[in-house]
Design a protein around this ligand. Structure first.
Ligand code: TRP
Length: 408
């Protein structure tokens, strides 16, 4: 990490011994201090806004449906100018959604699904079009993969994304290798001319040893925020607003984008940002592609899910049953509870489990059993949906075509 990047992306956290630990959050690295990620500090440091209860209530009112559990539970917890999008929406002006994925692996894990599950809810609730960027070029530049392999992974990942239930009449999925050019490329160079080398080093922490492919990439992720990058969708609608659901590690890209937008005559995109989904081993560790036991994959069988949860999910329960009955579980570090918080839909059931577990009446094994049931159901449902996604469907979602009913 370059010193310049440390200035903007690292926060000091102090552990119990008073030692300083730094938390690092950027698009390529997420590492927590001792006590897990300090999201409050992140919001202040990045300069985004907190997504409070009033704003969640407003979303519910405007969409005439209950807020998604990710909103109810503060899992999407930060935003930039979401209120502006809602003000306009209230006046009858629509917007479009933009999200993406870097196709670096064959199988997605549960953490990868979160932005897509949430985006699907936003699309249904607001009835708006959506563009999904597959950054095969980004993964070529950052990982040791061939162009062919990243393109193949993009297509495979598109199937998992489609399986999340997106509406084909409102959704355009594109791979950078296939789509970049034309108006999209014109916007890229407009952005590029506004960002100095110093600035990009400050935002992303590139070092003199980094190849120039990395330095040149940020405009690629920036310009889907501008409707004119998609003439087949938004021609004549250059000022249409854009809302980006993403995990907060992507914020640097969009800080850059929002900084440039007014200088090239465009609207700044708004953002709605999530926390990270913890690894099975706990909040301080990372889900890693090289350790299959650190995450649940959407390809896992019910048996694998059961084994992983029972064997690897970090427990906040006590060492002996006697002690557990007496003290109760520590919910702050308990991974099964964190996972249920993401995926158990029923608020009452969740509250009941938390209370019983915290007060020692429920044991870790029982909570894990509940989690295994929830996750097996979710993963099995995803697998069934993915099996129904054909090559033809991928071609349709990925065709640069008009979407005549996208606001309908
Ligand atoms: N860079 C992201 C990744 O590696 C992919 C991405 C592209 C993205 N555009 C986005 C993510 C917009 C969220 C929103 O996964």
């Amino acid at each position: 990490m370059a010193a310049a990047a440390e200035a903007v992306t690292e926060v000091d956290a102090t552990n119990e011994e008073g030692e300083e630990e730094e938390q690092v959050v950027n698009p390529w690295e997420v590492s927590a201090g001792k006590g897990g990620i300090d999201y409050d500090k992140l919001v202040d440091q990045f300069g985004c806004q907190r997504l409070d209860d009033a704003l969640v209530a407003r979303v519910a009112r405007l969409t005439a449906r209950p807020p998604h559990r990710f909103l109810r539970r503060g899992l999407f917890f930060a935003h930039r100018d979401l209120n502006e999008i809602l003000d306009l929406y209230e006046k009858g002006e629509k917007f479009y959604l933009y999200t993406g994925r870097g196709p670096s692996s064959e199988a997605l894990h549960l953490g990868h699904l979160i932005p897509f599950m949430f985006t699907k809810y936003l699309q249904d609730a607001f009835k708006v079009p959506l563009v999904i960027q597959l950054t095969d070029d980004e993964k070529f530049l950052w990982k040791n993969l061939t162009v062919e392999e990243t393109k193949r992974l993009a297509r495979e990942n598109a199937k998992d994304i489609i399986a999340c239930g997106f509406d084909v009449e409102r959704t355009f999925i594109f791979s950078d290798f296939n789509y970049v050019g034309g108006a999209f490329y014109e916007n890229m160079v407009k952005v590029a001319r506004c960002v100095t080398y110093n600035k990009v080093v400050g935002i992303f922490g590139f070092t003199p040893e980094d190849h120039i492919g990395k330095v040149s990439f940020p405009p690629v992720q920036a310009v889907p925020s501008f409707p004119s990058s998609f003439p087949h969708l938004f021609s004549g609608n250059d000022q249409l607003r854009c809302l980006i659901p993403c995990a907060i590690d992507q914020d640097p890209y969009f800080r850059m984008t929002r900084d440039v937008a007014p200088r090239i005559g465009y609207q700044k995109p708004s953002l709605i940002e999530s926390r990270f989904f913890p690894a099975l081993q706990g909040e301080n560790t990372k889900m890693s592609a090289s350790d299959p036991n650190s995450a649940i994959y959407v390809t896992d069988s019910a048996k694998e899910i059961k084994t992983k949860v029972n064997k690897y999910a970090f427990s906040g329960g006590r060492d002996s049953i006697e002690l557990h009955r007496k003290l109760g579980a520590n919910l702050d570090v308990d991974v099964p509870i964190k996972y249920l918080n993401f995926f158990l839909e029923d608020d009452n059931e969740l509250e009941h489990i938390k209370k019983e577990y915290k007060e020692g009446r429920m044991l870790t094994g029982e909570v894990k059993q509940c989690l295994v049931a929830v996750l097996s159901e979710l993963v099995a449902r995803h697998q069934r949906a993915r099996a129904l996604v054909t090559e033809e469907m991928v071609d349709v979602f990925m065709a640069a075509r008009p979407l005549p009913n996208m606001f309908g």
